[in-house]
Design a binder for this molecule. Structure first.
Ligand SMILES: [Zn+2]
Length: 224
C-alpha cells in the first residue's frame, strides 16, 4: 500500500451538532461507552501524535478488539476508511467511516516501561507510558483487570512493515487537524491513552493533545 495515492475520506458531521466534545491532553487517558450507531471522531490536533486505543464490547468486556482478526478479516496490515474493527469473538465493534490521515497502525502495540528499556535505554524505565495509562483508566471499573489489555490500535502512527518483514517506527504521516471517524456497530467501550512517549519519532518527540467528539446516530435518542 502506498500512501502517496491516499484520497482523504472526509465527514459531513458538524462539531456544533456533537453531543460530546473533549480534549485529551498529551499523556492523559480516556474511557467512554458508545451506543450502537454513535460516531466517534478522534482529531490529531497538532499532528504526528499517537493515540493508543482499545475497544471492548460493553456487554461482554472480555470480548476485546482483536488486531489479528481485524488484519486477517480485511487482508490489510493497516487501518483506514472502510476497515471493520473486529473483536476476539469475530463480532464487528466499529467501522472506520472517515479518515483524513490515511494509515493507522495496529501492529506496534502500546509503549510500556519494559518496551521503553528494550527500545531506548534503561534510564527510560520510570517514564510515563501508555500501558500505565491503560491500567490507570481500567482500574476505575470493576469489570476490567490487566488481563483485558490486548494489542491495540495506534491512530495516526506510522509503523511501516519493511520488505524484510520488520517493523520500522517512522516519522509520522499525520498533520494538524487530521482525523479518523468510527461508527459504532455495537455497544462499545473505548479506552484511549494519548501517548506520552518522548523517545520515538512517531510523534516528533513532542506529545500533543487529541480531541474526541461524539455524534448520536441519526434519528437516535439523546443519550451520550
Ligand atoms: Zn505510548
Amino acid at each position: 500500500m502506498t500512501i502517496a495515492t491516499f484520497i482523504p475520506v472526509t465527514s459531513k458531521l458538524d462539531p456544533k451538532d456533537a453531543v460530546y466534545d473533549h480534549m485529551i491532553l498529551a499523556g492523559e487517558g480516556w474511557l467512554h461507552d458508545l451506543l450502537p450507531g454513535q460516531v466517534l471522531r478522534i482529531v490529531d490536533m497538532e499532528g504526528n501524535q499517537a493515540v493508543d486505543t482499545l475497544f471492548y464490547s460493553t456487554e461482554d468486556p472480555s470480548d476485546h478488539y482483536s488486531a489479528i482478526r481485524t488484519i486477517t478479516g480485511q487482508e490489510n496490515l493497516y487501518l483506514t476508511a472502510g476497515s471493520v474493527l473486529l473483536a476476539e469473538s469475530g463480532r464487528g465493534l466499529l467501522q472506520i467511516t472517515a479518515d483524513t490521515c490515511g494509515r493507522h497502525d495496529t501492529i506496534g502495540g502500546a509503549c510500556s516501561a519494559q518496551s521503553n528499556t528494550v527500545r531506548y535505554s534503561h534510564d527510560t524505565l520510570p517514564m510515563h507510558n501508555c500501558r500505565d495509562t491503560f491500567m490507570l483508566m481500567l482500574s476505575g471499573r470493576s469489570e476490567f483487570t490487566k488481563r483485558d489489555l490486548a494489542p491495540n490500535v495506534n491512530f495516526f502512527m506510522n509503523v511501516p512493515v519493511t520488505p524484510e518483514g520488520k517493523l520500522a517506527f517512522a516519522d509520522g504521516i499525520s498533520g494538524p487537524g487530521r482525523y479518523v471517524e468510527l461508527t459504532s456497530l455495537a455497544s462499545v467501550t473505548v479506552l484511549i491513552s494519548n501517548c506520552p512517549q518522548l523517545n520515538n519519532p512517531c510523534n516528533a518527540y513532542n506529545p500533543t493533545p487529541a480531541r474526541v467528539l461524539i455524534w448520536n446516530k441519526e434519528g437516535g435518542d439523546s443519550h451520550v
